[in-house]
Design a protein around this ligand. Structure first.
Ligand code: RB5
Length: 149
């Protein structure tokens, strides 16, 4: 499992905690920054995380900004990226199982480190269920190609 991380200044500290947590588990981590609390623009990091997945450099991504909102909006502009904001573990499980989400976003100013790491663990460990859910996710892909459903 290769995981790409990205964050703006609002998510920097949580991103650092996530990186340490994942490396402790022996996962391969690609950290695309940011690397300090200096103010930066979250769309750049949302794009970078999504793009790394599309390029095959990582299997799943985690992107953190102050709320998890802006960085998810940015990542979701990329065709093939399904980014979800999660503030609890049930949604993280469902996002993988039903939606085949490939980017988890978190709010560094919203979710505490302990809960955030649980959310991360569940997101990374849960497999896509396929079946009827695959048909629905394929309909999302159709929308990305300008299709109507
Ligand atoms: C930056 O101040 C903040 O707007 C950003 O981290 C994020 O919360 C945007 O959605």
């Amino acid at each position: 499992m290769r995981v790409v991380l990205g964050a703006d200044h609002g998510g920097y500290e949580l991103k650092e905690a996530i990186r340490t947590h994942l490396e402790t588990q022996g996962l391969e981590v690609l950290d695309l920054g940011t690397n300090s609390t200096d103010s930066v623009d979250y769309p750049k990091y949302g794009f970078a995380v999504g793009n790394a997945i599309l390029k095959g450099e990582a299997d799943l991504g985690i992107a953190v900004c102050g709320t998890g909102l802006g960085i998810s909006i940015a990542a979701n502009k990329i065709s093939g990226i399904r980014a979800v904001v999660c503030t609890e573990t049930f949604s993280a499980r469902m996002a993988r199982e039903h939606n085949n989400a490939n980017v988890l976003t978190l709010g560094g100013r919203v979710t505490g480190v302990g809960l955030a790491l649980d959310i991360v663990d569940i997101f990374l460990k849960t497999e896509f269920a396929g079946g009827r859910h695959a048909r629905r996710v394929n309909l999302i892909s159709d929308l990305e190609c300008g299709g109507k459903i």
